[in-house]
Design a protein around this ligand. Structure first.
Ligand code: PLP
Length: 406
């Protein structure tokens, strides 16, 4: 397969200029849109004249010009026919799963996913008659065994939150094709680094709250996939985004449009620094997980899937053994060394740090956390790029030496 460059694909998308020749696009904030000819409105409702057909805009929960521009850029970046933006990553995930599954259907999901997504599948969706079996996504045998007659979807994160397990996307795609299933991949941890649709995923979802926006100042999500699937999500009678209504605000779309061009640069720097820090931690013989290290169990697999030049992502997991040690380390890293901030989320320019077991994975029961290798002492470091790398390495080394090696 030809090496894929999401960066080149993105700039090949038709560029949107603002009114009066602005280099930045205009923000189209109207909730509703007028037409000259009254006969146009019914035509839009019948789907004959939507903005996707060179026609008119109607109402901003349906389609909005500024939000559509961002969707077009994202589709180009992912190499999908279309993309739709949503108000959050969770709404993107929930709408996709509810669109693909009906009452009585079944999902096979990775056991290592964001706690909110786990809760959606384990606790909420059974209320609508949709069951999920969680499996080790690195075990082809366990995945095959979990597939049932009523299975519709295999769901995984490309790089799993928080233990950084890597999904073999081409192998999962082949399994899905064999069994008539849809492969849905959450690529929140690895924009640019991985292009799941190019590797065979049917649908790619994002929390754009993280790396894609990169400023931790808004909540946003996206769904990238085939045009017919995106159309289904927007269907007037059964479309989950259309009818549940988690619409993106055009001002949010504008902000992300302005930051998307430097996503490749940011990802390179997140990855470069994460790699240097992971190596430093490995040299100190602490228990570090980073997919760029040869010691990571799926490092070779990841090498076969990545887009060159963006590294292996900006997230490191560091197992401190106990929650007490982990909290001590966070305290020193933030309050003594000023290395980063104790906060959930990721993809910010400053380093964000949290104990996953008691925060973003707390929805996963303790016994399941143990089974998936999520130790109570696991600290997730979402590496930023402020300050010099040398100074940050010194801060990290000093903190780790004082807390974990004293
Ligand atoms: N997917 C992953 C991997 C996440 O880490 C998160 C949030 O932390 C989400 C989805 C949910 O995204 P949002 O907070 O934008 O709804």
């Amino acid at each position: 397969m030809q090496p894929y460059s999401p960066e080149l694909a993105m700039i090949s998308a038709r560029r949107e200029f603002g009114e009066h020749g602005g280099v930045a696009p205009s923000i189209s904030r109207s909730a509703t849109f007028t037409v000259i000819d009254p006969r146009t409105l019914p035509e839009i409702f019948q789907g004959a004249k939507g903005p996707d057909k060179g026609g008119c805009f109607l109402y901003s929960r349906h389609f909005n010009p500024t939000v559509s521009v961002l969707g077009r850029y994202l589709a180009a970046m992912e190499g999908t026919e279309a993309a739709m933006c949503t108000a959050s990553g969770m709404s993107a995930i929930a709408c996709v799963l509810l669109q693909l599954c009906r009452k009585g259907d079944h999902i096979v999901a990775s056991d290592t996913i964001y706690g909110g997504t786990h809760a959606l599948m384990a606790d909420l969706m059974p209320r609508f008659g949709i069951e999920t079996t969680f499996v080790d996504i690195t075990s082809p045998q366990k995945i095959e065994e979990a597939v049932r007659e009523n299975t519709r979807v295999i769901y995984t994160e490309s790089i799993g939150n928080p233990t950084l397990k890597i999904a073999d996307i081409p192998a999962l795609a082949a399994l899905c094709r064999k069994n008539g299933l849809q492969l849905v991949v959450d690529n929140t941890f690895a924009p640019m680094v991985l292009s799941p649709a190019r590797l065979g995923a049917d649908v790619v979802v994002y929390s754009m709250t993280k790396f894609i926006n990169g400023a931790s100042d808004l909540i946003a999500g996206a769904v990238c996939g085939r045009s017919d699937f995106i159309r289904d999500l927007m269907d007037l009678h059964q479309g989950m985004i259309m009818l549940l209504g988690p619409t993106m605000d055009p001002r949010v779309a504008f902000d992300i449009i302005q930051r998307l061009p430097h996503l490749p640069l940011r990802m390179r720097e997140h990855s470069r620094r994460a790699m240097a820090m992971a190596k430093a931690l490995e040299e100190m013989r602490v228990d570090v997980i980073y997919p760029g290290l040869a010691s990571h169990p799926q490092h070779q697999l990841l090498r076969t899937m990545i887009n060159k030049r963006y590294g292996f992502g900006g997230i490191i997991a560091l197992d401190c053994g106990t929650l007490e040690k982990a909290e001590q380390l966070l305290d020193v890293l933030q309050n003594r060394e000023k290395f980063g901030l104790i906060a959930v989320s990721l993809g910010y320019f400053d380093t964000l740090m949290s104990c996953s077991g008691t925060s973003t994975s707390s929805e996963i029961p303790a016994e399941e956390q143990r089974q998936i290798g999520l130790s109570p002492g696991l600290v997730r470091l979402a590496i930023g790029y402020t300050g010099t790398l040398e100074a940050r390495l010194e801060q990290l080394r000093r903190a780790v030496a004082s807390v974990l090696q004293a």
